[in-house]
Design a protein around this ligand. Structure first.
Ligand code: GFB
Length: 322
C-alpha cells in the first residue's frame, strides 16, 4: 500500500476521543477523507472481542488506526497497574484480531517510548527493544505495548497482514488530560502554573528532582507522521516517532513558568518519582523515510496553553483569568 489512499476509504480511528485519536481524526478530515469511522466507549467496549467482531462485521473498515488505550502519567501508571495492563492488552488484541478476521487492508498500531529498557543507550534505536529491564513505574503499560508490537508482527508473519507499528515519544497538545492526578507532565505543568496565576500563588511544585530528561512531540505532528506511515511504510519493524531533541523536566518547568506565570518560583518535590532518567528516541529511520516534525516545542506549548484556556478551563474546577 504505498500508493495514495482513496478519499472514500473506510478508515477506523480506534480511540478518537483521546489526545492522539482526536488529532488523527482531525488530520484525516482535513485531508478530505470522507469515511472516517469512530465508536465511542459507550457504543463499543474495545476490550470485548465479540462486540469488536460485531462492529467490524457491520462497519467493514479498510484501514485501522489502533490508538485506543488506557493512558496516563507516571502516577496513574504506578497506582493503576492492573487497568493499564488489562485494558491495553485486551484492546490491542481484540482490534488486531478483528482486523485480521474481517480483512482490513492495513493497520497502524501505536506503542510508546516506554517499551524500551530503562537503561537503553541514548538516543534509543528501535533494536533496543527487549534488551534489558523496563522502568518499574510503567512496566505494566510497557508490557501491554510490547505485546501489541509482537502481535502485529505475528499476524504479519502467520497471516500476511499488513500491520505496522509506530513508537511515539511523550506527546502533548489539544484534548490532553489536564487532571493533576492522572496527567502527563506537560499538561500538569500548564495546569499548575495556570492555577497558581489565577490564585496568585508564588510557588509551584514540580514532582521529582527535575533532572529526568524527556522528548516532547506535538500530537498534530504525530498525527501527520501516522498518516505518512500509513501511506508509505510497509515494514515489519516498528518505527520511532519523535523530534530527536530532549530537555530536563526542570528546563521544561521554566519554559511553562515563563509563558504562563513568570512571577512564580519553581520548587521540586523529591518525594515524587522521577521515573526513567532519559528516553530520547533515535528518529533516523523516520527521517530516512522522509518525515520530520514541524512544530517547535515553545510554539507547541503556547498553542496548547491557548487551547487549555479556551476549552479545558470550562471545567468547573479550572478558572480562567479575567
Ligand atoms: O509525563 P510523566 O508523568 O511520565 O512524567 P513519564 C515525566 C516526568 O515529569 C517525571 C515529572 O520525572 C515526573 O516526576 N513531573 C514533574 C511530573 N511534575 C509533574 C507533574 O505534576 N505531573 C507529572 N505527571 N509528572 C510516562 C509513562 O512516563 O510516559 C507512560 O508512565 C507513558 O507509561 C508516557 O509511556 C509517555 O515520561 O515518566
Amino acid at each position: 500500500m504505498s500508493e495514495a489512499i482513496p478519499q472514500d476509504a473506510r478508515i477506523f480511528v480506534a480511540g478518537h476521543r483521546g489526545l492522539v485519536g482526536s488529532a488523527i481524526e482531525r488530520r484525516l478530515r482535513a485531508l478530505g477523507f470522507a469515511n472516517v469511522l469512530t465508536a465511542t466507549r459507550e457504543q463499543l467496549d474495545l476490550r470485548d472481542q465479540a462486540a469488536v467482531n460485531y462492529w467490524f462485521r457491520a462497519n467493514r473498515p479498510e484501514l485501522v488506526y489502533l490508538v485506543a488505550g488506557t493512558v496516563g502519567g507516571i502516577m496513574a501508571n504506578a497506582t493503576r497497574p492492573a487497568e493499564f495492563l488489562y485494558d491495553n492488552m485486551m484492546i490491542h488484541a481484540t482490534v488486531v484480531h478483528a482486523s485480521h478476521l474481517f480483512g482490513v487492508d492495513k493497520l497502524l498500531y501505536l506503542g510508546s517510548s516506554c517499551i524500551y529498557p530503562r537503561e537503553a543507550a541514548q538516543p534509543i534505536r528501535e533494536d533496543a527493544l527487549l534488551t534489558g529491564p523496563l522502568e518499574p513505574t510503567n512496566e505494566p503499560y510497557a508490557l501491554a505495548k510490547i505485546a501489541g508490537i509482537r502481535l502485529c508482527e505475528s499476524y504479519r508473519r502467520q497471516y500476511g497482514c499488513n500491520f505496522i507499528s509506530a513508537m511515539p515519544t511523550n506527546l502533548y497538545g489539544p484534548h490532553d488530560n489536564f487532571d493533576l492526578t492522572s496527567s502527563h507532565v506537560l499538561p500538569a505543568l500548564i495546569r499548575k502554573f495556570h492555577d497558581a496565576r489565577v490564585s496568585g500563588a508564588a510557588v509551584v511544585e514540580v514532582w521529582g528532582s527535575g533532572t529526568p530528561r524527556r522528548e516532547f512531540l506535538h500530537v498534530d505532528d504525530l498525527a501527520d507522521a501516522c498518516v505518512f506511515l500509513m501511506e508509505r511504510y510497509d515494514g515489519d519493524t516498528h518505527v520511532n516517532v519523535g523530534t530527536g531533541e530532549d530537555l530536563s523536566i526542570g528546563e521544561l518547568a521554566v519554559m511553562v513558568r515563563d509563558l504562563v506565570h513568570p512571577a512564580a518560583e519553581v520548587v521540586f518535590d523529591p518525594s515524587k518519582p522521577d521515573g526513567t532518567p532519559r528516553k530520547l528516541l533515535d528518529v533516523s529511520r523516520l527521517h530516512e523515510l522522509g518525515w520530520h516534525h514541524s512544530i517547535d516545542l515553545a510554539d507547541g506549548i503556547a498553542s496548547t496553553y491557548d487551547w487549555f484556556v479556551r476549552n479545558a478551563a470550562r471545567q468547573k474546577s479550572i478558572t480562567v483569568p479575567a
